[in-house]
Write a protein that binds this ligand. Structure first.
Ligand code: SAH
Length: 469
């Protein structure tokens, strides 16, 4: 699985600057599904060719996943390692991220200039045939050469395979060509799709900016690109690609594997909880939202990805957590309009803080149990008396559920930093007391798998100020 980008624009070695990859170096990147290698097959004044080779690990792809018996063979016999499927998109986005974004500090003018480029893809699976191939690239100004591979060279009578060697010629900005490839490569491979972002639609719109809207095949491109949204692996890859430092950030294989295993678990409690909090905030029509004790910013990311939340503030007492949140959210790289919606504040929930006033809603997710019980009354006043948002969505563990976790010794709390964990009755007492003292109404929801007698692992209180309250 090889994608080669060449130019004859002189000096051709400038391609190294555009791609942020030095022509003299062989570089390798660990990806969730294998490795990507970048090297130059030629680099001189007149001609320069950068190769991106994907080395997919077919066993690793299904590692840790429970499949039906009849799929077992498919684990080892599948075409993923050999063809330029959507993994190539993942790799392009990672390895050539800056180039795709059109950034090139050493050759800015060149990055903004259309240059003659040739892209060769070995081997592209094209479900839909050669005509389909042309219909996607030609409207964008590409000249397409495609050679269909026989199923088996030894047995020409078997006919052709769906695989093509494709060479594309075009004079365009490199960033445009990379964006086209990013969107279109998975579109050809209609079999399995692994996407590159949690929010595929947003990614598609971003990478398709300036060309997709006018493309005569935009309906089919969009439909195919967005297909099979439910794949767990897709989600996992999406997360991995998003979470990584990308570009130069080489993560040790073991760490990536560990992360992948984590991500491939069915929906984690953490994800379910975030989903429930997001739903509660959306349901309340909140626009200006606080995430108090935001930690490393996972909820902030989801809030930021939904434009209905016009202002999002994350606050935490831990500077370290805020630093991680900042990195995770890639604040320095967000489009300014998006970045403007978010602020990260250092602060403590047990001190009155006038900045917290004027918000529609506050999320306080898995935070109260980190406070000494004696500090809770301070938090209550800071949040419900002074900040006084219309809605508060607050979660905390349900201690009763702990006994269902075999790995948790009896009587132990879930986290060493937890000062207490409440039963459902204890939480209800506290929450109803708070609601009464500060003039809120409160309702309760359980989050996570529900046990008949022990409830669910997370309990949620939804506080609401009555109209005019
Ligand atoms: N809400 C996040 C983090 C939960 S962990 C999530 O759901 O992932 C609890 C967080 O509360 C930690 O980040 C911790 O630093 C923060 N925290 C603890 N005491 C705090 C206080 N007094 N004020 C603000 N944040 C606090």
């Amino acid at each position: 699985m090889l994608l080669t980008i060449s130019t004859e624009h002189r000096p051709a070695t400038d391609l190294g600057f555009l791609l942020h990859k030095h022509p003299d170096r062989f570089q390798s990147f660990d990806l969730a599904f294998g490795r990507a290698h970048v090297f130059y097959s030629e680099a001189n004044e007149g001609r320069c060719s950068a190769c991106l080779l994907l080395d997919i690990d077919p066993v690793g792809l299904v590692r840790g996943k429970q499949r039906r018996q009849d799929e077992v063979l498919g684990r080892y016999v599948n075409d993923r390692p050999y063809v330029a499927s959507s993994f190539m998109s993942v790799a392009l986005a990672r390895v050539y991220r800056s180039a795709m974004a059109g950034h090139c500090k050493d050759r800015e003018a060149l990055a903004d200039t259309p240059i003659p480029l040739r892209v060769k893809i070995d081997v592209l699976p094209v479900r839909g045939g050669g005509g389909f191939l042309l219909s996607l690239f030609e409207p964008l100004g590409y000249r397409v050469e495609a050679e269909r591979q026989p199923l088996d060279e030894q047995f020409p009578a078997w006919g052709d395979s769906p695989y093509y060697s494709v060479t594309l010629h075009v004079t365009r900005r490199l960033s445009e060509v990379l964006s086209h490839l990013y969107v279109l490569i998975p579109v050809f491979d209609n079999l399995k799709h692994y996407y590159v972002g949690e929010d595929e639609l947003e990614k598609l719109l971003e990478k398709g900016a300036g060309w997709l809207a006018d493309h005569p095949q935009k309906a089919i491109i969009t439909r195919r690109y967005l297909k099979s949204r439910s794949s767990l692996l897709r989600q996992a890859l999406a997360r991995l690609v998003q979470d990584e430092g990308l570009d130069e950030g080489e993560e040790p294989v073991a760490a990536a594997e560990e992360r992948e295993a984590q991500l491939e678990k069915p929906l984690s409690l953490d994800q379910q909880r975030r989903g429930a909090v997001m739903a509660a905030l959306r349901g309340r029509g909140a626009r200006h939202v606080l995430d108090l004790g935001c930690g490393e910013g996972r909820l902030l990311k989801e809030l930021l990805d939904d434009a209905r939340f016009e202002r999002v503030v994350g606050m935490d007492v831990s500077i370290r957590a805020l630093e991680i949140a900042e990195k995770r959210l890639k604040l320095d790289r967000l489009p300014p309009k998006k970045a403007e919606r978010l602020q990260l504040w250092h602060g403590s929930l047990i001190y009155r803080d006038s900045r917290l006033q004027g918000f529609d809603a506050a999320a306080v997710v898995e935070v109260i149990e980190h406070l000494e019980a004696s500090r809770l009354s301070a938090l209550e006043r800071v949040l419900f008396e002074f900040a006084r948002p219309r809605s508060v969505v607050l979660t905390t563990p349900n201690r009763e559920y702990n006994q269902l976790w075999a790995s948790l010794p009896a009587g132990r709390l879930r986290h060493q930093d937890h000062r207490f964990e409440w039963t459902r009755a204890e939480f209800r007492d506290w929450a109803e007391g708070v609601a009464e003292r500060f003039g809120y109404r409160v309702g309760f929801l359980s989050v996570g798998p529900e046990h008949e007698t022990l409830g669910s692992p997370t309990q949620m209180g939804l506080f609401e100020l009555p109209e005019g309250g």
